[in-house]
Design a protein around this ligand. Sequence first.
Ligand SMILES: Cc1cc2nc3c(=O)[nH]c(=O)nc-3n(C[C@H](O)[C@H](O)[C@H](O)COP(=O)(O)OP(=O)(O)OC[C@H]3O[C@@H](n4cnc5c(N)ncnc54)[C@H](O)[C@@H]3O)c2cc1C
Length: 283
Amino acid sequence: MLLREVEYARPSTVDEAIALLAGNEGARALAGGQTLVNVMKARVTSPDVLVDLADLSELREIGFGPDGRLEIGAMVTYTQLGASSEVDVARPILAEVAATIGDVQVRNRGTVGGNVCVSDPTNHLPPLLAVLGATFTIRGDDGERVIDAGDFFRGVYQTAVGEGELLTKVSVPPSSGAGDGFAGLTIGKHGTYVVNAAASVSDDGVRVAIGCVGATPIRATAMEEQLAGGDLSEDAVRAAAEGLGASLDPPGDVHGSADYRRHLAEVSAVRAVLQAAARRKGT
Ligand SMILES: Cc1cc2nc3c(=O)[nH]c(=O)nc-3n(C[C@H](O)[C@H](O)[C@H](O)COP(=O)(O)OP(=O)(O)OC[C@H]3O[C@@H](n4cnc5c(N)ncnc54)[C@H](O)[C@@H]3O)c2cc1C
């Protein structure tokens, strides 16, 4: 289906982009367009003005903040993540997971900011960023605020980014010896996930988040608590995952029933934690 007529703006500064978004009701930021253009073609959404973020070079940078956190601009593509030496040094799981998103076209166009702002429960990055302790910087007319993943993801296609605001960057602490893991079942080799799980194991404990089983990533807090004692043997991890599925209320669809997703949540969580534990420095 062809796109409905829409106004197009291509600002050259972040402030200009925010002014355009705030000043035009029905304006929408355009990042890689891999989701937005498709939903516009399907007439699911029909913004009046598209504010293309393509020229905002500030949002394409990857670097380290004064506190040593890895800072990833919202317009950084999955391909850029995969080629970044900063990501490789600080949190290689981000490159590893980004390399499995969609196909090469999606990876060349799709952005970190778009991936999290669309808040699609089947997207790869939300559960991963939730366990890595990511923070999200949102800028609007009245300044900037930084919030964590627990507050950022609000529902399906809903985040803390309000009207007239932009997500400018995502910050992630360097691994500092932590091990990270990601596992799940996709539809086809690089397809959408039916269920996924992300895990991080560090001196502070174990963090696990499950994707595709609710509107936002769901932290497996009971499993995390059970593993807090430090025994990360396969038997202990499997035991800790028991009951995780029963605590979830996932949807059922043509790709898997709710019960199958409950089962996959436990299997994926076990695999992600064991992978993370094996990668932890000093083990
Ligand atoms: C064939 C195909 C397969 C795919 N498979 C997967 C997959 O398996 N896993 C996966 O994770 N993703 C998958 N995707 C989705 C892909 O990752 C998209 O790139 C992503 O969902 C959106 O990123 P984008 O940069 O294209 O954003 P866009 O489509 O341009 O924007 C998405 C939404 O986010 C908003 N937005 C974007 N950037 C900002 C910002 N900085 N501030 C505020 N709002 C912003 C836009 O206004 C829009 O509402 C797939 C896409 C396609 C086409």
